[in-house]
Design a protein around this ligand. Structure first.
Ligand SMILES: Nc1nc(=O)c2c([nH]1)NC[C@@H]1CN(c3ccc(C(=O)N[C@@H](CCC(=O)O)C(=O)O)cc3)CN21
Ligand SMILES: CC(C)C(=O)C(=O)O
Ligand SMILES: [Mg+2]
Length: 288
């Protein structure tokens, strides 16, 4: 069995009991370690790693192999936490068989405990196929960044009647297909709350307000890790490690130039006998 206590049924209980779910993205071993130590309920190996770790403009270039590589390091860092990995662009919405094989690689090679897919009712058949094969699936509605080139920007969802009805019916379809939860991204607060009330599985919001059953946030946003982390309304910044790291590296560079580093305490001395040998051999016995 799993070493982590959190399972899809337990997440449903948390919703029923009103215990909020704290999810965090992580993309590597140290971030996973620190997240587990800090008491995160659930880790998401998000394809946002394309933006914050790999430097792409969108999540579109991220591959299945990228996701598996990062998942492996996260699993090693957080052995006692439930880990969900994003299925990246165009590795699902294929035939249900192909989707199943791709999800299986994330589980078997990567070691994830669940996968996440962006989309609603149109994914119901694939979600059903995965869940009936034992692969827990987390849904993702609202803004779906893998479709940003089609949508034309990172726009707030759930503003007009048609979108609202679609969100509610998509959430229902995902629940019926067996999804264990739904991420709601950039959805107006009242609509995210309405979706949350309309299903029995937990919703995990990002930019979806206070009414969701849990929250997820991108690691690099939370701690401002990187030099181009843009201010986003829905992000609360808890630390500024970008500034801390830049300052530290700058001081190191200056210390090397000024010969302030390394100092005697950073160097390894020789015992006296060997010192005599080397000074005679190299310096003709003159130098000490
Ligand atoms: N660093 C990072 N954080 C994220 O939350 C994130 C990623 N990358 N990459 C993948 C997706 C893309 N996401 C995004 C990207 C941009 C906005 C954005 O520009 N939001 C603005 C204005 C939105 C609007 O008014 O239409 C904001 O102020 O929140 C939001 C979500 C969320 N995900
Ligand atoms: C923003 C979250 C929900 C995500 O999909 C990601 O980090 O890739
Ligand atoms: Mg994602």
């Amino acid at each position: 069995m799993t070493k982590h206590a959190l399972t899809p049924p337990r997440l449903k209980t948390m919703k029923q009991q009103g215990t909020k779910i704290a999810m965090m993205t992580a993309y590597d071993y140290p971030a996973a370690q620190l997240s587990e130590e800090a008491g995160v309920d659930l880790i998401l190996v998000g394809d946002s790693l394309g933006n914050v770790v790999l430097g792409y403009d969108t999540t579109v270039p991220v591959t299945l192999n990228d996701m598996i590589y990062h998942t492996k390091s996260v699993v090693r860092g957080a052995p006692n936490t439930m880990i969900v990995t994003d299925m990246p662009f165009a590795t699902y919405r294929l035939t249900p068989q192909d989707t199943l094989l791709n999800a299986a690689r994330i589980m078997q090679e990567g070691g994830a405990h669940a996968v996440k897919m962006e989309g609603g009712a149109e994914l119901a058949e694939e979600v059903l196929r995965l869940t009936s094969a034992g692969i827990p699936v987390l849904g993702h509605l609202g803004l779906t960044p893998q479709s940003v080139l089609q949508i034309g920007g990172y726009k707030i969802q759930g503003k007009v009647e048609k979108e609202i009805e679609r969100l509610l019916s998509d959430a229902k379809a995902l629940e019926e297909a067996g999804a264990f939860g739904i991420v709601l991204e950039l959805v107006t607060e009242p609509i995210a709350e309405a979706v949350t009330r309309s299903v029995n599985i937990p919703t995990i919001g990002i930019g979806a307000g206070r009414g969701c059953d849990g929250q997820v946030i991108v690691y690099h946003d939370l701690i401002r890790y990187g030099s181009n982390i843009r201010d986003k309304r829905f992000v609360k910044t808890y630390a500024n490690v970008g500034d801390t790291i830049r300052t530290a590296i700058g001081e190191y560079v200056q210390d090397v130039k000024n010969q302030a580093f390394p100092e005697e305490k950073h160097a390894f001395p020789l015992d006296e006998e060997a010192s005599r040998f080397i000074s005679e051999k190299l310096y003709g016995g003159g130098a000490k």
